[in-house]
Design a binder for this molecule. Structure first.
Ligand code: CTP
Length: 413
């Protein structure tokens, strides 16, 4: 199983002899399905050439903060936004001190300062430097700020001494990075996600559908599994691999999706309805291919069941989250849906005109009774994690007020 499938790992390489191991690290991260981009400090380029990392990552290597060409392609802010994890390996004593000080006078330190995703460092230095009180204090400060410290290992060092300060081996770093995605906040929960479009048959070869790619729903299912939940994904016809650790049920029409959801709902503590369900279906699909006829034709449609509203209306409804795909008055329309469907939360996004559907990134405006929060444009993977954090917080806050059944109360056998 590719433990890092689709993850964006931004690897910062600083100037230590262990930089040669980072070349192998890039290979192993990619073998686990990660996309890797590399930022090198000036000192690092004295140990390994940018060309090595470019060849191994398949991406241009970033080294300059003040390079107009590089900044216009992917500057420090874009790199920071792109990253699901910033991993600095090796992290020298000097670079660690620079992180503590909040410096931003080279590309990697500026990326770190601009990065709101997970950050991990793999220290590598002489054992006496590692034991120095200054380094100890710096590590404690970074730990307090939420930076994950991976290693260092003990053993023979490049300087000929033996002790703590060796960078972890690439395989150990890959495992540690995969572990960073397992937050465990939804451990013990049963999460049901719908994703993708539905197809409503006109005849055996034609259907009505929409442009949903399923990416947002799949990203949410993946993020929920990473957060420790047991996840079932009911998917319309899409062209996407099943996320690791997710049980997938494929359906075609809105009626199929409705049935699959209702079949699973008793065991569900959190329902996230991301699918772009067709609101209508042809009233009488033809058993045979419809033949061309002269003159205008009209199609009679009947309403499909509203899966989200039906789930929210159940006597023992799980915590329900909907999506609102809108082309105009996004927030107003989403608020109306939140109220009309009696759901706990809604995530609104703009679709059409190159936005929303069939893209790698998205931006959301999340609303719940009494609150709202905008989630800025980011990869769907990152947004999915941010949305799950919001869902988790909102769920816990209303559970404290006794307005919903606690999630653990719905655990199935
Ligand atoms: N939804 C659903 N079943 C349907 C239609 C929609 O479960 N038959 C869910 C979607 O998964 C989404 C939310 O309802 O979470 C909003 O869907 P949307 O199509 O944007 O809203 P509609 O209520 O269909 O309103 P409209 O199409 O008029 O915008």
């Amino acid at each position: 199983m590719n433990t890092l499938s689709g993850k964006h790992i931004l690897l910062g390489v600083t100037g230590g002899i262990a930089a040669y191991k980072s070349a192998e690290l890039v290979r192993q991260l990619r073998r686990q399905g990660a996309e890797v981009r590399v930022v090198m400090t000036a000192a690092a380029t004295g140990f390994v050439t940018p060309l090595t990392f470019q060849a191994l990552s398949g991406q241009p290597v970033h080294t300059e903060l003040l390079d107009a060409d590089a900044e216009s392609a992917m500057g420090h802010i874009e790199l920071a936004r792109w990253a699901d994890v910033l991993l600095v390996a090796p992290a020298t004593a000097d670079f660690i001190a620079r992180m503590v000080a909040g410096r931003a006078d080279d590309l990697l330190s500026a990326v770190y300062l601009a990065c709101d995703s997970r950050v991990a460092i793999a220290p590598a230095m002489n054992r006496v430097m590692w034991d120095n009180a200054a380094t100890r204090d710096n590590i404690a400060t970074l730990t307090g700020r939420g930076v994950q410290i991976l290693g260092p290992d003990e053993g023979l060092q490049a300087c000929g001494e033996s002790g703590p300060g060796r960078m972890l081996e690439p395989g150990q770093l890959v495992d540690a990075v995969a572990e960073l995605f397992n937050t465990g906040v939804l451990a013990g929960q049963h999460v049901l996600v719908t994703a993708g479009p539905t197809r409503e048959a006109l005849d055996p070869v034609r259907y009505i559908s929409n442009r949903s790619s399923g990416r947002m729903g799949f990203a949410i299912a993946a993020a929920a599994a990473e957060a420790g939940a047991q996840v079932t994904l009911v998917s319309g016809p899409v062209n996407l691999p099943t996320p690791a650790g997710v049980q997938r049920l494929d359906v075609v029409s809105a009626a199929d999706m409705h049935a699959a959801v209702m079949n699973q709902i008793a065991a569900t503590s959190l329902f996230i309805s991301v699918a772009a369900v067709a609101d209508y279906r042809p009233a009488t699909p033809s058993a045979q291919k419809i033949k061309k006829q002269a003159g205008e034709q009209s199609l009679q449609l009947v309403a499909n069941p509203d899966i989200l509203a039906d789930v929210a209306a159940l006597p023992n409804a799980p915590f329900t989250v909907g999506f609102a795909a809108e082309t105009e008055q996004v927030i107003d329309h989403a608020r109306e849906k939140l109220q009309a469907k009696h759901i706990n939360m809604i995530a609104a996004n703009v679709v059409g005109d190159q936005q929303g559907f069939d893209r790698e990134d998205n931006a959301l405006h999340v609303l719940w009774p009494g609150g709202e929060q905008a989630l800025a444009r980011a990869s769907k993977t990152r947004l999915a994690r941010q949305l799950l954090d919001l869902i988790n917080r909102q769920f816990n806050s209303i559970a404290r007020e006794g307005k919903v059944i606690p999630l653990h109360g719905k655990d199935s056998a």
